[in-house]
Design a protein around this ligand. Structure first.
Ligand code: SF4
Length: 444
């Protein structure tokens, strides 16, 4: 099947009740904000963007009412510019680098301007790209997330045939099933996949697993290698990690990423829940905390073994979570989940001292009818461990500056190769891999 995802995003989804946390600009607001930009020559905002979008150029085009040109400038560098405008942590990337931060004036709202232009492109149905002349070469892309999508689109522009293999029925990777709903909903991510496939000629093999002879997979790496001229690995991360503490099998103890997916692609009924905890202090933990508050659970508590100042999640997200009523317990570690009639009711915690060791006689419990684990995801490097030359380190696929693995004809990008970064990093890596694959296929 080519050219359409035929996705199955259900209409009744828990995420549907969430509102955008950054409402869109109208034309007047966008023009006014664009007119504030200084169009800096050595613009630090460009350097701060992993895809290197020419930010002053796209903003200048908004100010001259050339929104179509503005959108094209964005997509030329980042074909997933629509979703990145919503999900990028701009506060620590482009907006955080804007020169206005040093002038005690509000930085330019680059993300909102990018959203203005790219949304307009989608609304108007603008398509800027077409496939290049057929080169007769073909590439298999394993995984259907942002890295593979960006890689496939770039490869099509360069004229190479592409086939995306994804183990899921729904394409888009984390953009579709893992982004917190107040940033972007799954149907919007789905729309992006459709728009991107509009270039034509990207074959899809959905619900298809890739593996080794005898492991029950649908197609083996060896078969891919025989069929295609190059392979891109964009398999993302694995399942949620869990703590090895008593009570882990109680109803109500779930992985954080798994929970977000359930509420994005289906319905979760939490109407009877009074309390929930999220274990962890990273960005997934914060997404879970804010999602639970958005689902109207009165008491949501984050439990983290470190301090507020040193949590790995973004401070701006935590500040927003606090405004929404979330609480946190710092320097604490779960030692058991306690339940009644098979259902979790609370988390029994140890208080940690400065040496990260439990403080004697300082245990306490936090009420929790739902416990979400957001302490990281497994790495999928072992899935490629049988491929001679593809090296992994702590489960992360090792690549060079061109995203090439140690095996001839194999490239990798996105979370499986960077250990878990932002969507915008995956896009940059997929795009750069495509350019390196193009050079390789041309025999240069
Ligand atoms: Fe505009 Fe700020 Fe970028 Fe300068 S750093 S070009 S003012 S957005």
């Amino acid at each position: 099947m080519a050219g359409t995802t035929d996705q199955r995003i259900p209409k009744q989804r828990s995420e549907a009740s969430f509102k955008d946390f950054k409402p869109a600009y109208n034309a007047l607001q966008a023009t006014a904000e664009a007119n504030r930009c200084l169009y800096c020559e050595d613009a630090p905002c460009i350097t701060a963007c992993p895809t290197g979008i020419n930010i002053p150029e796209f903003i200048r085009k908004i100010s001259t009412e050339n929104v179509r040109g503005s959108a094209k400038t964005i997509f030329d560098s980042n074909i997933l510019g629509m979703s990145c405008a919503r999900v990028c942590p701009v506060e620590v990337l482009c907006v955080g680098a804007c020169v206005f931060n040093h002038m005690e004036r509000p930085p330019i709202q680059i993300g909102k301007l990018q959203r203005y232009s790219t949304d307009k492109a989608y609304d108007e149905g603008w398509q800027f790209y077409e496939a290049g002349p057929d080169t007769g070469k073909s590439v298999a892309l394993v995984g259907g997330g942002p890295a593979s999508l960006a890689c496939a689109h770039e490869l099509r522009r360069l004229g190479h045939a592409c086939t995306i293999y994804d183990k899921r029925e729904v394409l888009g990777g984390l953009n579709t099933y893992g982004v917190a709903p107040y940033k972007m909903k799954s149907d919007r991510a789905d729309e992006e996949v459709e728009w991107l496939l509009g270039i034509g000629g990207i074959e899809l093999q959905k619900s298809t697993t890739v593996g080794y002879e005898g492991d029950g997979c649908d197609i083996t790496w060896a078969e891919l290698e025989a069929k295609y001229d190059a392979v891109f690995i964009g398999i993302g991360l694995g399942d949620d990690r869990f703590l090895d503490v008593p009570g882990g099998d109680l109803d109500g103890v779930h992985g954080g990423v798994d929970f977000i997916e359930c509420m994005k692609l289906g319905h979760v009924d939490l109407s009877q829940f009074e309390s929930a905890t999220v274990i962890g202090g990273g960005n997934t933990a914060l997404d879970c905390v804010r999602a639970l508050k958005g689902l109207n659970i009165p008491n949501v508590t984050m439990i983290y073994r470190g301090s507020e100042a040193r949590m790995s999640g973004y401070q701006h997200e935590w500040k927003a979570a606090k405004v929404e009523g979330a609480q946190a317990v710092w320097h604490a570690q779960p030692i058991a989940y306690l339940g009644e009639e098979g259902k979790v009711q609370s988390v029994h915690c140890a208080r940690l001292g400065a040496d990260k060791k439990p403080v004697p006689d300082a245990d306490f419990t936090v009420p929790a009818q739902l416990v979400l684990l957001a302490i990281g995801q497994g790495k999928l490097g072992e899935l490629v461990g049988g491929l001679e030359g593809v090296e992994t380190e702590w489960g992360v696929v090792k690549v060079d500056a061109d995203q090439a693995t140690g095996r001839k004809g194999y490239w990798a990008g996105g979370d499986c190769a960077n250990g878990g970064k932002e969507v915008v990093n995956a896009v940059a890596e997929g795009r750069d891999a495509a350019r390196a694959i193009d050079t390789y296929l041309k025999g240069e």
